[in-house]
Design a protein around this ligand. Structure first.
Ligand SMILES: NC(=O)c1ccc[n+]([C@@H]2O[C@H](COP(=O)([O-])OP(=O)(O)OC[C@H]3O[C@@H](n4cnc5c(N)ncnc54)[C@H](OP(=O)(O)O)[C@@H]3O)[C@@H](O)[C@H]2O)c1
Length: 291
């Protein structure tokens, strides 16, 4: 049994809390900015009602074994306000966010050796506070280290699949390749079928190629054929499916521009790899977000 605090009960935090609940092993603390009347997640195995203590103020928190961070990348600073209460000498932190800068993002507050970056792949949508639809089991990738193994063991007995990888850099950059072309949906306000708009497939492929080139320069082992596979996956996706960046734009929320296309551009500049399409995507998204 572990004491686990989940910070951010949106789509990913709720899915993760439901998986931890499914194990029947843990004591959960659900950290939100508003009171949560209850939490129900419609999973592939039916509805899971999460039984956890809802904390709405960092001052209510006491040290736990694990802090699971499931806020958006741009909310790092407000997320960190929870750490003083939740983190004791032995507390470990798992960052379930997109991008490739999990450690850098939280390094001002959490020691690197107790911080675990997690890549999570899970089609999930928050319907309202306390209600989340999870369309498939979560797949997570973590480093093959003692910390990664401890994290994976938290989910034994749940539907979540946690893979231990000796090459997390590659896993993270491959996920960023998938996210790179997702910007086209947010720019055009079109769901996954944006890829079928004439001319769009070639642009999407070039965006992914840029990301793959930057990733390789950063040490990721991304195969030559991977970008084409990403585009094949995009073409096979449910035409009306909405990625999280488009969902954020449609809901008038901030988008994770900097952690995704912005990161590709920043790493590209640092490593001498040109990224004109991702730079344009980031600039266009920033413009519509500021409008
Ligand atoms: N959704 C997906 O299918 C998916 C798939 C893979 C990866 N991801 C990644 O997973 C991460 C989380 O995404 P998401 O889709 O779960 O986002 P989300 O649905 O927007 O959920 C984020 C939650 O964090 C809460 N939050 C923000 N700051 C907080 C704070 N200081 N204290 C407590 N709660 C706080 C927000 O609450 P408020 O309501 O108060 O703003 C919101 O409920 C992102 O990096 C995303 O890219 C998402």
């Amino acid at each position: 049994m572990a004491k686990i605090a989940v910070i951010g009960l949106g789509a990913i935090g709720s899915v993760t809390a439901a998986a931890l609940e499914q194990t029947g092993q843990h004591q959960l603390f659900l950290c939100t900015r508003r009171p949560l009347a209850g939490l129900q997640v419609e999973t592939p195995a039916g509805v899971i009602t999460v039984q956890g203590s809802n904390l709405t103020e960092p001052s209510q928190a006491a040290p736990v074994d694990w802090v699971v961070i499931a806020t958006k990348a741009y909310d790092a600073e407000s997320t960190a306000t929870w750490f003083a209460g939740l983190c004791g000498a032995q507390t470990r932190g798992a960052v379930l966010q997109n991008g490739v800068e999990h450690r850098e993002r939280f390094s001002p507050w959490l020691a690197a050796e107790r911080l675990l970056p997690v890549i999570i792949d899970c089609p999930a949508e928050k319907r309202s506070d306390g209600s989340v639809l999870q369309r498939a089991w979560a797949r997570m990738a973590v480093e093959q280290t003692p910390l990664g193994q401890q994290f994976a063991s938290l989910f034994h007995g749940s539907g979540a699949i946690t893979e231990l990888t000796s090459d997390f850099t590659t896993a993270a950059w491959k996920k960023l390749c998938l996210n790179a072309q997702g910007a086209l949906s947010a720019i055009t306000k079109l769901p996954n079928r944006v890829i079928a708009v004439p001319g769009m497939e070639a642009i999407a492929l070039d965006m992914v190629q840029e990301c793959a080139a930057v990733g390789r320069a950063a040490g990721a082992a991304i195969e030559e054929e991977f970008p084409a596979q990403v585009i094949a996956g995009a073409k096979a996706a449910a035409p009306e499916g909405v990625n999280s960046m488009l969902a954020d734009r449609l809901a008038g929320r901030q988008m994770e521009i900097d952690a995704r296309n912005g990161a590709i551009v920043r790493f590209g500049q640092r490593l001498g790899v040109p990224t004109p399409l991702n730079a344009m995507a980031a600039a266009l998204l920033q413009a519509v977000q500021n409008a």
